[in-house]
Write a protein that binds this ligand. Structure first.
Ligand code: PAF
Length: 283
């Protein structure tokens, strides 16, 4: 069932009083990564809602909000195939009201702690995680799910959403699902659509760097600076590295020495496309 309005969604939700409800928040352009979240939600819950909403307030002024892929008909087809109960696809005005109210002068925002946002993607995407937390909390309030499913690919996002849920006592369990990759190793992303064939090959550098760091760690290298140093032999002038960090996976604290609780995170521009990827050092 496709619903566009908050009112209709709430009416439907009332009928599911004693059922376990799962929410998979997405911005659409669904791929196998999203489908793995939907499958997990179907396994865990009685009813599954997938939201499809390209959230304007999480994009910076020079980012790709206007050109972000919008493929609602195809998304619906995929959701129907997976047995999703509701696809919730509100308009920006349904979510934020009519007119130009999208600034924090006039709209209540959820601002996650500086410690968590002033690093990794948050450093260059200023305000991004305020936009993410604001829309995610709104979706939680609208759908009132018991479980919400997020992909490990956006690892910083999951840590921040978990922190929000804990700090604001939101009674929802956050389930993180593993990264889905192409056979080549490229992590699936809606933004892969922007890559040329050549760019797709160049993009393999992200997973190669991560795998190499992981294998060095397994051989006994723990010094974070030394592990990061190994990346440089993979980079060429086709790669514009934004960050490569090795942090504690639960609280994103810096580490001098990597350990089994470390996560390696990378962001790199390839072919003009900003890509991110990550891996835990311990499987
Ligand atoms: O990960 C995403 O696609 C988005 O950040 C989310 C969680 C759907 C919020 O807009």
């Amino acid at each position: 069932m496709l619903l566009h309005s908050i009112k209709e969604l709430r009416e439907q939700r009332k009928e599911w009083k004693n059922l376990k409800v799962g929410l998979v928040p997405t911005m659409g352009a669904l791929h196998e990564g999203h489908l793995s979240l939907i499958k997990k939600a179907k396994e865990t819950c009685d009813k599954v809602v997938v939201s499809v909403f390209v959230n304007p307030i999480q994009f910076g002024p020079s980012e790709d909000y206007d050109k972000y892929p919008r493929t609602l008909d195809k998304d619906l087809e995929l959701c129907n195939k997976e047995g999703v109960d509701i696809v919730f696809a509100p308009s920006p005005s349904e979510m934020y009201g009519e007119g130009n109210r999208l600034s924090n002068d006039t709209l209540t925002y959820v601002c996650p702690p500086f410690f968590y946002v002033n690093k990794l993607c948050g450093k260059t995407r200023v305000g991004h995680f305020d936009g993410v937390c604001t829309v995610v909390l709104k979706l939680f309030n609208i759908v009132q799910p018991d479980f919400a499913f997020f992909g490990q690919k956006d690892a910083q996002q999951v840590v921040i959403v978990r922190k929000m849920v804990k700090d604001l006592n939101v009674p929802i369990e956050i389930i993180q699902c593993p990264i889905v990759r192409e056979e080549s190793g490229l992590a699936l992303s809606s933004r892969n659509k922007y890559l040329s064939e050549e760019g797709k090959k160049d993009a393999l550098v992200l997973s190669k760097i991560l795998n190499n760091i992981k294998s060095c760690y397994k051989k006994g290298v723990v010094d974070v600076a030394a592990l990061k140093e190994t990346a440089y032999s993979f980079l060429t002038d086709k790669h514009d590295l934004e960050y490569l960090e090795i942090l504690n996976k639960d609280n994103l604290e810096e580490q001098k020495n990597a350990d089994d609780n470390s996560i390696v995170l990378i962001a790199c521009r390839v072919d003009g496309v900003r890509l991110i990827d990550n891996t835990y050092l311990k499987d």
